[in-house]
Design a protein around this ligand. Structure first.
Ligand SMILES: [Zn+2]
Length: 104
């Protein structure tokens, strides 16, 4: 899973590589690739505290999304329990044109 960061410079959301490294150097958790390049060119270093906060926020957001996904899965599983149509007879399930061939 990759973290999504919000660039503190332009406010845009960006998705750095999973290993937090671009081909030309480490990815910043506070600036998107474009702003990081501009900052590096201007000789501005990222604030280490800001970087830690951004990383923590991204982790929390990732955990939140994972929990949401799990919750959605749970809802889907529960709704599967309640059939939307009457159960098929044994003959319909085992005969040709049954569930198995439709799924395949
Ligand atoms: Zn930016």
């Amino acid at each position: 899973m990759r973290f999504i960061f919000e660039c503190v410079e332009c406010g845009g959301h960006y998705l750095p590589p999973e290993e937090m490294a671009y081909p030309d150097g480490p990815a910043s958790p506070v600036w998107c690739a474009a702003c990081q390049g501009a900052m590096r060119a201007a000789g501005v270093q990222e604030d280490p505290l800001l970087a830690r906060v951004a990383l923590a926020a991204a982790r929390a957001a990732l955990a939140g999304r994972a929990a949401e996904a799990a919750e959605a899965d749970g809802r889907a599983a529960r709704s599967d329990v309640r059939p939307s149509r009457p159960p098929r007879s044994r003959r319909a399930r085992s005969g040709p044109g049954g569930v198995r061939s439709k799924l395949g």
